[in-house]
Design a protein around this ligand. Structure first.
Ligand code: C5P
Length: 230
């Protein structure tokens, strides 16, 4: 816990952006645990809306129906962000399949969907003491965050991580499919008009290609020391 001179906890707002597979989610969750902060995984919210659209047969091109889905569903996090509840049902596994991976960027680029998600993200982060991660948390959701990071890694390293994650869940795929999926999603996330993934000018860039997760976490935690006076 970061504390001030009197020993009282400081509720910092930490925002982390970066591309798929960069290690930002694992790092953000561990940092939140270490600081006893709320962990906000904004990608899970876009994934949940995408799952809803797949389940209800709404095409990503049907913006009005997508916005309605976003406005009328309830997304909650439990177990400090590890479990995503969509209308009360645990969808944590279902939102991390190749089908959702391939469709989420199309849903996430819809301005009305983003507007609703950003509103919810700001509400969750409103009291501080939060580690929020995604694509636009440093630039749009929390532009006044106390600390901003951009966590990245090479495409091959990111694809290998994702491959191992899917294999671990028993989901069959090839490395070349994953490289393609990650490359496509990077392009979609970086080139969209509304809130594209980019490096905020105040963000500290961390390339995790050759770092362990422990090294990433301690790099971020060291920066929080500047806010602590003892
Ligand atoms: O972080 P994750 O890979 O789970 O995010 C899934 C997708 O959700 C991203 O590829 C992006 O299209 C979208 N997203 C977004 N803005 C965020 C977080 C995620 O557009 N803040």
């Amino acid at each position: 816990m970061t504390v001030d001179m009197s020993g009282s906890p400081i509720a910092l707002t930490i925002a982390i952006d970066g591309p798929a597979g960069s290690g930002k989610s694992t790092a953000a969750r561990l940092i939140a645990e270490r600081l006893d902060y709320v962990y906000l995984n904004s990608g899970s919210m876009y994934r949940a809306i995408t799952l809803l659209s797949v389940q209800s047969g709404v095409e990503p091109s049907n913006q009005i129906a997508l916005i309605e889905l976003a406005q009328n569903c309830q997304i909650e996090f439990v177990d400090n962000g590890q479990i995503t509840l969509l209308d009360g049902i645990d969808v944590s596994t279902q939102i991390r399949t190749p089908v959702i991976d391939s469709q989420v960027a199309a849903v996430a680029k819809v301005p009305g969907v983003r507007k609703e998600m950003v509103r919810q993200q700001r509400r969750i982060a409103s009291s501080g003491g939060v580690v929020a991660e995604g694509r636009d948390t440093t630039t749009v959701v929390l532009p006044n965050a106390d600390l901003k990071f951009y966590i990245t890694a090479s495409v091959n390293v990111r694809a290998n991580r994702r491959f191992n994650e899917l294999q671990g869940k028993g989901i069959n795929c090839s490395i070349s499919q994953i490289v393609q999926e990650i490359t496509d999603r990077d392009l979609a996330d970086k080139s969209r008009l509304n809130s594209p993934l980019k490096i905020d000018q105040e963000a500290i860039v961390i390339d995790t290609s050759d770092l362990t997760i422990g090294e990433v976490v301690s790099t971020v935690l060291k920066k929080t020391d500047h806010f602590s006076t003892n």
